[in-house]
Design a protein around this ligand. Sequence first.
Ligand SMILES: CSC[C@H]1O[C@H](OP(=O)(O)O)[C@H](O)[C@@H]1O
Ligand SMILES: Nc1ncnc2[nH]cnc12
Length: 287
Amino acid sequence: MTQAMIGIIGGSGLYAIDGLEDAEWVSVESPWGAPSDQILRGRLAGTPVAFLPRHGRGHRHSPTSINYRANIDALKRIGVTDILSFSACGSFREEMAPGDFVLVDQFIDRTFGREKSFFGTGCVAHVSVAEPTCARLRAALAATGVEGLHDGGTYLAMEGPQFSTLAESRLYREQWGCDVIGMTNMPEAKLAREAEICYATVAMVTDYDSWHPDHGEVDITSILKTMHDNVDKAKAMISAAVPGLGGTRAPCPHGCDRALEYAIITAPEARDPALLARLDAVAGRVL
Ligand SMILES: CSC[C@H]1O[C@H](OP(=O)(O)O)[C@H](O)[C@@H]1O
Ligand SMILES: Nc1ncnc2[nH]cnc12
């Protein structure tokens, strides 16, 4: 039986968490390059936790330059079974107001120019991301009952780093039915699925993007202020959710932890040994 270790990826404004027992920042080497930062490892109410600041401490990496593969590989390598991703986002819904949190259940991936898979020439795999976040983790987060929580929402992942034009904002909201927008949760969620790690996103609303007639353009100063106000709520949510996810971990009822079971289609004799070596942590279970 697997022991749960909860990975927490902190987005803009969330660069560390407090209250971890035996906390230490550890360096994790990955064959996929350098992760965003060291990982803060410790225990929360006895449950092993590994925290990674997505942009690095001091916010050094842009959404495009984050090495998402190294981040997910490093978390897998130190034993993470479940990831709670925390992210700042813009809102397309009047009722999803700045300060509210949205438990994302779907994504539209409009990012480009990022490495989106651990697999490729020499080892081809196709996993399903029809349900890109884990319903079991979402339920645990919903049960924390923090104020202003919306259970379900579609997150538009854009490349950035510039915010959207008004026409894009209206398109995503009116034609595509998106609820929130951010720049980082893709390919992160896809890579977590390839690594067989359950993944859930808490999108923390900081602004109304640019569509809202009463709120004007997105402005980074007010985003950072709202984000600053959101951080305590995020930390409270982490403290409330993590203990219930700890202990011996039954197989995920939604199959996130078995995503690779039938996904690799390259014949064993056609596989590239160099790529297989890099896949040791991510896909070692099935290789
Ligand atoms: C600081 S606003 C733009 C920035 O914030 C979000 O990052 P994260 O998802 O890591 O919180 C957004 O996606 C942009 O990268
Ligand atoms: N409006 C917005 N668009 C993209 N990413 C964001 N992060 C926070 N607000 C955002």
